[in-house]
Design a binder for this molecule. Structure first.
Ligand SMILES: NC(=O)c1ccc[n+]([C@@H]2O[C@H](COP(=O)([O-])OP(=O)(O)OC[C@H]3O[C@@H](n4cnc5c(N)ncnc54)[C@H](O)[C@@H]3O)[C@@H](O)[C@H]2O)c1
Length: 341
């Protein structure tokens, strides 16, 4: 039987891909997409679902308890993605991150709790950054779900706060909570401040790409649609109270990624400008996703790389107008023009 799924942050990068994924792959389900439309929220990413009766957009902040009470009356479960998500911004304004990612999560959990048993599962979409960092020189080390949480940036701390709070609501109030901790996502509709769209737009426009430090930091990359699939798998079959790592089994240094991107944009290494490193830049993230594979049968296919990266670069090349409207601020008028009464 179909359900009505509340997706918070559904106008963001992963959220909009997830809303699209649900609407396209789960025909019996409906989505209530709740988003406050910060600078990172872009409803144009879901323009083709504007009039879909299975997609309801609610312009609201996760801190607005009254509004949440009204929305909770018509949903069956929650996928919580709304967050401040950019590490560099968190270094300059930690308080906003703590407010949204911890207090906002508490507000949402409380709204679910007020509904008692009428709401089923609550999935908190966390991140691998809650584990802190791994050394570069020992590739045998991976984050597992039992790795101690040791976040390093204000962003990671704020996500860890939300992560632990979600678990505490399971433990204390018996709420049906699952947590997902995923590595770096790439794909369409990512805000142009993030590395992949930024490192595609700049070379195309004849500019250099600003690479932090020597580029030796390593990240694990997963296509966003695999992440969406994994979140739905946890929603359907995850065990209450459990956390699930999600990863691409696809570690790349920032330098390797940068070289691939500029080459796909027809430029050589002269397009790289090394800039001062990010403060407290974590060296390496690497995920052991054995648990979700073993227990829920979810697995990313390694063959998705580099084809999925190439397709993503092509998407940004083909959708320059989407990026241009974000960079000019025009995208922020979409809600007003199409939704606001
Ligand atoms: N991007 C990644 O690689 C990655 C990896 C692992 C986990 N995550 C997590 O996934 C989630 C989504 O990440 P993203 O990259 O799509 O982020 P994003 O910044 O692109 O989107 C965040 C969305 O949340 C909305 N939002 C922010 N504050 C809000 C509030 N107070 N009330 C309602 N809506 C609000 C924004 O308007 C935006 O639409 C985040 O929780 C992030 O921590 C991201």
């Amino acid at each position: 039987m179909g359900q009505t799924i509340l997706v918070t942050g559904g106008a963001g990068f992963i959220g909009s891909n997830l809303v699209r994924f649900i609407l396209e792959n789960r025909p019996d389900d409906r989505v209530v997409n709740l988003d406050s439309l910060t600078y990172a929220g872009n409803l144009e990413s879901l323009a083709d679902f504007k009039d879909d009766p299975r997609h309801e957009f609610v312009h609201a902040d996760i801190g607005d308890g009254e509004k949440l009470d009204e929305v909770m009356g018509r949903v069956d479960c929650v996928l919580h993605l709304a967050a401040e998500s950019h590490v560099d911004r968190s270094i300059h304004d930690p308080s906003l991150f703590l407010r949204t990612n911890i207090l906002g999560t508490q507000s949402l959990l409380d709204a679910v709790r007020r509904r008692g048993d009428s709401i089923g599962r609550f999935v908190y979409v966390s991140t691998d950054e809650v584990y802190g960092e791994l050394p570069l020189d020992d590739k045998s080390q991976l984050f597992t779900e039992s790795t101690p949480l040791k976040p390093n940036s204000p962003y990671a701390v704020s996500k860890t706060g939300g992560d632990m709070l979600a678990r505490a609501y399971w433990h204390t109030y018996g709420m049906d909570v699952c947590i997902t901790r995923c590595s770096n996502n790439f794909g369409a509709y990512q805000f142009p401040e993030k590395v992949i769209p930024l490192f595609v737009n700049k070379p195309i426009e004849g500019e250099q790409v600003p690479l932090y430090g020597d580029g030796s930091n390593i990240r694990d990359w997963l296509h966003v649609l695999y992440h969406c699939e994994a979140i739905c798998r946890v929603l359907d079959d995850g065990v209450s109270g459990e956390a699930y790592n999600i990863g691409g089994n696809n570690e790349r240094s920032n330098l390797e990624l940068t070289k691939m991107l500029i080459e796909l944009c027809g430029r050589d290494e002269s397009a790289i400008k090394h800039v001062e490193d990010r403060l407290g830049h974590d060296m390496r993230y690497a995920i052991d996703a054995t648990k979700i594979k073993r227990e829920l049968g979810w697995e990313p296919t390694r063959s998705a790389w580099p084809a999925a990266l190439e397709a993503t670069v092509q998407w940004y090349k083909d959708n320059r107008d989407w990026s241009d409207r974000v960079r000019s601020g025009e995208y922020q008028r979409f809600y007003e023009q199409n939704y606001a009464k």
